[in-house]
Design a binder for this molecule. Sequence first.
Ligand SMILES: [Zn+2]
Length: 151
Amino acid sequence: MVRRSSVFARQDVAKLMEHWTADVVHSTIQDILTHWDCLDLQDTIQWGWNPRLRTTLGRAIPGEMRVELNPLLLARHPGHVRHVLIHELAHLVAIRLHGRQAPHGGAWKQLMQKAGESPRATHNLDVRDLRRKPARRRRTGRRLPKIFWGW
Ligand SMILES: [Zn+2]
């Protein structure tokens, strides 16, 4: 089991950020917005790494037009960064263009497809050691709920 604070995890996170620099993230955002014909939203969008995220890959905060990415989980799965960025951006753009609606509804799905991404809203990555309180599992023996991306 890899502990959150382990040297290995920190090295992976450093490597992730070395690749996904602010410039690279910005140009990726620019690229995606161009695909969606809404490059004018570029200046309204904020993003950041949020190390407090546990089992979600990222989240969108529509009120702040902000996207947050999970550095620890993405350090283990660096191939997912672009997809997660698109997933969360699609939330912001869907709401901006169409108002409040089902989080993974039609407008969101359309944006995902337009960006050439699968409109799946969950992931199957192993996050057991990232859960906040693994001991809190219910005694009923029910399975833990499926993990959702941000929202
Ligand atoms: Zn989502």
